[in-house]
Design a protein around this ligand. Structure first.
Ligand SMILES: [Zn+2]
Length: 385
């Protein structure tokens, strides 16, 4: 009797600058059952079976845990079990209080300068430098360190406005410091009371940020568009001169390490209304967008390609309903209860894949009492992150 092929993983084992990674196990032998452990013990015939439908395996950095090893073997009918293989993931998280930055474009007489800033959690912020002022999009998750001082140094002392594109905790942390620094801080008042993930911002010294506003940086004007869905107050920021679209979490991100990251419905919006929000934006400004910078992607993407892929995924689900949904790549517990995604492209090899996690499929569902959730959504799951 032959042996079953050994299991494989994606992403590959190695060292990651992340605190959580999601790992997929697979086996070349069709229908093989894969059993695994993550606690360092040898897997046995009693170990958990890997089910892709139940979500990828979360591999997490916690205090005192520098690495996690997945051990797994596979067994197909009529064959002997494979050898056990081990895949080790090491975490090299950056300490809090340290912001890394990289220059994406130098300022010139005709275009704004652009600098990407990352915090310990790899939340991405963008500093846009005009001739008279600068604007920083979002304020990260790191309460330590001094981001306004860094922005001051990076702009040679230009006044810096902070534009918080939505009120989630991983986008607001340095807001107070900007206020103390004397900067103008803007955030959507519509995010003051969110159904999930409390905003946590003290709006006393913050001005409202909403669609239609314009910020003149000198030679560059940033235009604000309302894109409700991810949160009620979510906005995106467009530099019409360069076609740079700063989307924060409005249109998700498609980072491979956190698959399913397009949480478009955290505030109870139906997929249909999220799609309308995207299409309203595309109608108003879609043809002006060249590159999209999200709150979590490592690199910019082609805006036309990414937004049309996302639109296709959402359209497909709205038009065809539950039948075209796929199981979430994360477990429901990690996806705000969402066990289903509308997806286009394959996150493993398509750099422009896009997905939306679902609570509700149709508008009517959000108004029903009790609401009718999308298949796979577990409303009991409230614990997040
Ligand atoms: Zn968010």
């Amino acid at each position: 009797m032959g042996k079953t092929a050994i299991p494989s993983v994606f992403p590959a084992e190695g060292t990651y600058e992340l605190s959580t990674l999601h790992v997929n196990l697979s086996c070349a032998a069709p229908h093989a059952v894969i059993r695994y452990t993550t606690d360092g013990t040898e897997p046995t015939s009693n170990s958990p079976v890997y089910h892709r439908e139940a979500g990828l395996i979360p591999v997490k950095h916690t205090d005192g845990v520098e690495s996690v090893t997945i051990r797994a073997f596979a067994q197909a009918d009529g064959l002997q079990p494979s050898d056990t293989v081990a895949f080790t993931y090491r975490f090299a998280c950056r300490p809090k209080g340290v912001f890394r930055h990289s220059l994406l474009r130098e300022s010139s007489d005709t275009v704004a300068g652009l600098i990407r800033i990352e915090d310990f959690d790899l939340d991405r912020m963008y500093l846009i430098i005009g001739q008279k002022r600068a604007a920083l999009i979002d304020a990260g998750w790191d309460y330590d360190g001094d981001l306004p001082a860094l922005c001051h140094a990076l702009t040679g002392g230009l006044p810096v406005d902070l534009l918080i594109a939505h009120g989630h905790p991983d986008h607001i942390a340095q807001a107070e410091k900007f206020i103390e620094y004397g900067c103008k801080v803007y955030a959507p008042y519509a995010d003051k009371s969110m159904k999930q993930l409390d905003c946590g911002l003290d709006f006393t010294h913050i001005e409202d940020l909403k669609g239609g506003m314009r910020f003149d940086l000198g030679g560059t004007v940033l235009q604000i568009y309302a894109t409700p869905g991810h949160t009620p107050g979510s906005v995106v920021v467009l530099d019409e001169n360069t076609g740079d679209l700063f989307a924060s979490d409005s249109f998700g991100s498609n980072r491979r390490e956190i698959p399913d990251s397009a949480w478009l419905q955290l505030s109870g919006y139906s997929l249909e209304s999220c799609l309308r929000s995207l299409e309203t934006f595309l109608d108003a400004a879609g043809n002006k967008c060249k590159r999209i910078f999200t709150g979590h992607n490592a690199e910019m993407m082609d805006a036309q390609q990414y937004l049309s892929t996302l639109r296709k995924a959402m359209h497909n689900a709205v038009d065809n309903g539950a039948a075209c949904l796929s199981p979430s790549l994360r477990s429901a517990a990690e996806s705000f209860g969402s066990g289903s995604i509308a997806v286009e492209g394959d996150w493993r090899h398509d750099p422009i894949w896009a997905a939306a996690n679902l609570q509700f499929l149709y508008d009517v569902d959000t108004q029903q009492d009790p609401p009718r959730y999308a298949p796979g959504f577990d409303p009991k799951i409230k614990t997040i992150l």
